[in-house]
Design a protein around this ligand. Sequence first.
Ligand SMILES: O=P(O)(O)OC[C@H]1O[C@H](O[C@H]2O[C@H](CO)[C@@H](O)[C@H](O)[C@H]2O)[C@H](O)[C@@H](O)[C@@H]1O
Ligand SMILES: O=c1ccn([C@@H]2O[C@H](COP(=O)(O)OP(=O)(O)O)[C@@H](O)[C@H]2O)c(=O)[nH]1
Length: 925
Amino acid sequence: MPGNKYNCSPVTPRTRVERLLRERELRKSNRSFQSSEEARDGNKETEILVNDSCLPENNNLGLPSEEEFLKGAAAARAFLGDGCQRQDGRPSKQRLLVVANRLPVSAIRRGEDSWQLEMSVGGLVSALLGLKEFDAQWIGWAGVNVPDEVGQRALTNALAEKRCIPIFLDEEMVHQYYNGYCNNILWPLFHYLGIPQEDRLATTRSFQSQFDAYKKANQMFAEVVKQHYKEGDVVWCHDYHLMFLPKYLKEYNNKMKVGWFLHTPFPSSEIHRMLPSRSELLRSVLAADLVGFHTYDYARHFVSACTRILGLEGTHEGVEDQGKLTRVAAFPIGIDYERFIRALELPQVQNHMKELRQRFAGRKVMLGVDRLDMIKGIPQKILAFEKFLEENPHWRDRVVLLQIAVPTRTDVPEYQKLTSQVHEIVGRINGKFGTLTAVPIHHLDRSLDFHALCALYAITDVALVTSLRDGMNLVSYEFVSCQASNKGVLILSEFAGAAQSLGAGAILVNPWNVTEVAASISYALDMPDDEREKRHQHNFKHVTTHTSQEWAATFVSELNDTIVEAQLRTRQVPPLLPTEVAIDRYMKSSNRLLILGFNSTLTEPVDALGRNGQLKEMELKLHPDIKAPLKKLCDDPKTTIVVLSGSGRIVLDDNFGEYNMWLAAEHGMFLRHTKGEWMTTMPENLCMDWVDSVKHVFEYFTERTPRSHFELRETSLVWNYKYADVEFGRLQARDMLQHLWTGPISNASVDVVRGGRSVEVRAVGVTKGAAIDRILGEIVHHKGMKSPIDCVLCIGHFLAKDEDVYTFFEPELPCESPPPARALVANHVKTSVPNTLTSQSGPRASRLKKQRSLSTLEKKETNPGSAIALQPALQDRMPLHEGASVLDLKGDNYFSCAVGRKRSNARYLLGSADTVVSLLKELGH
Ligand SMILES: O=P(O)(O)OC[C@H]1O[C@H](O[C@H]2O[C@H](CO)[C@@H](O)[C@H](O)[C@H]2O)[C@H](O)[C@@H](O)[C@@H]1O
Ligand SMILES: O=c1ccn([C@@H]2O[C@H](COP(=O)(O)OP(=O)(O)O)[C@@H](O)[C@H]2O)c(=O)[nH]1
């Protein structure tokens, strides 16, 4: 029994790819079982959606537990229904709500309460017919206005048999939302046709009302989803009609598993930014857990639009917004090729093929099958055919072009214009090359039924797809699947998504280049048999291995995974600082240490879009609200404040000279009390020979990266591109690193630290954590402290390399690893005088020893006369009596906080510099 076969997983996949591979195998065996079952049950061709749902209650197909996921089998189980078998022993199916503008059936009214249902035409419908492996229900518009309740009820009942749930849109809504915003604005824009030109003013005027209707329609879809949603369901939203749906669904229930897939291209961000509602649309889509596209290019454009237009972080996994990751990936669609192959065996299809062959005997058949849409390049196709006939008179009575042009969106003026334009060109060419008995172009303004279409595909010699842009183009896949005997040639536009998958077997053309298309027609018609065979085999293999079932299963499985991964990620994120507890502990302490970062901790926030071209102040500036609270805290005798920053001494002098505090510049390599001189805490043998050559590299990249800059510090160099174009900056950074590694720093004793938007080269040993014990020693000595520090707050937006400062105060932890628990730790943390220290055996103790041996701390001048070396080492200067502790934090009087970070070794997070300001205000009360 297949259920039993799949239940046990002998090999546990460790990675996502391993798991996907394994699932693929499982699906294959599952499918062969299903087809044998189907063969036994008879042909199910007439079913719109396979109607064998199973027990949603008591079903563990919802969110897999973390443990399951870690075993690597979670999504496979969700998909295959592990542990949930139906009574007949077959594995149960994942419940899936498919939400698309159009239902797979269109309704025609036959009476007050009687409806006839017909299959809708279009690639999306064809593709989603392959969802047999799910317990799927389809929510969408039936393509008809039903104003009365009787009609609505009757249609709802009729559709229920097909597992379809209708959305009722009235005429005005269809006009504004579907014809207007969807098909007159988004559709042309996403296909690089811009916003319609002639009626631009009218379009601009009606834009707002169409956009409002679009949002309203999306809300209506959301309402229906809510009514039918059950916990654990996957909600799969489709296409440009429903870009607001992910947002509305997540607002209703954040736990809903929501995926969104775009069937059209997603254009370059330069095109998308023309849309007045560009940001809102992107943000709404980003509410989904997983966002899918047909090709990597479309996915890349989407991520790029999010970084350039919204200022968000694009990663290799997707788009990050304040810790929330929306996964973005390519999922190229396929078809249910077996359905076509089966159809070709049917007697009525065979008969039809015979008729067609007789009808066009002695002529080669060329075929175009498209919705009558401007993106399909039908006029360009026909003009290229005309050119071919002009240049090749010997072919004129030996070839025929059959063009099936399915009427679509007939209420949109652009489509009406296109229809007349095509008719005119066809008439002209037929007039020019036709005879009394034959015409070169047979143009049909209607759709064909599935069997007629299969017959046509099978007898075709050359299929011609000339889309100006096309999300995928399934016609090309369908043609290939029907050509097992004929091995016809496919001429395919390089602007169709399918060019990326069928490009090697097809003849690729630029549809705008009529001469090239005409030449390709000639080449295709004369192609030798062996070349046709080879090209066909290549494409056939692709079509039969990339099916719509595989596409849907992979998307849903990835969606399940994405959600579990997000949960795991959330658990790695430290909690927000419990401010009340921190303030309470701080107030009750008598010798407090406050370590503060500077950049993004105490500075003015930078506008995310500041990099869009406006001139920006590149110098760091103190947050305007921080001055008063900071002053108050600095003047509190019970509190010692250290600003610990990567910035140089001058920057810290300029910003903090007026306060009574300690300044630790260049990651703590320089230290001074604001009333005293700068000292250096630098290890004596710090080698800086590499600086000049690194500086040359930084200069070179700064010149070539607009709005980037670099800082030359005494112990490091930093190249910063936070105001530059993000993508360009990132590419340049990658290039820079290669230059550095192969050149100036290949043998140098340096660390290269990559920040969010910076590259820093520092001498080895320059980190905030490495400097902190020397800083602490100096402070204790300088203040003549008699009692231990009993409360530490360490707050900063530090790079990972510098997070060793957080772990410095943690009990017995290896430098690089995060504290095991985020909750308050009850241990006592002590940095002790030498006797105590040498008795410690944990990693932190050995780290302290190592640091001391690096630092001989003799008098040393780095920059003649500018800083003196910190004199005695920490252990030699402790004023506290022998064996006493410098720190006595009682475990829980330690609060390390990462500002504006999502993952950190700190115990807690703080949102931004604004929250730091509020905290400091409270501490100063
Ligand atoms: O529903 P209509 O307005 O009549 O339009 C029909 C469909 O056209 C578009 O299809 C796209 O999806 C195909 C499958 O992924 C793809 O191969 C093709 O390139 C696309 O154009 C549209 O995206 C659908 O929503 C429409 O239903
Ligand atoms: O008379 C017709 C012509 C086309 N189609 C179907 O319409 C879909 C067109 O999909 P494609 O991806 O090529 O483009 P779309 O129309 O979705 O933009 C294909 O599945 C065709 O089989 C159909 O059912 N009947």
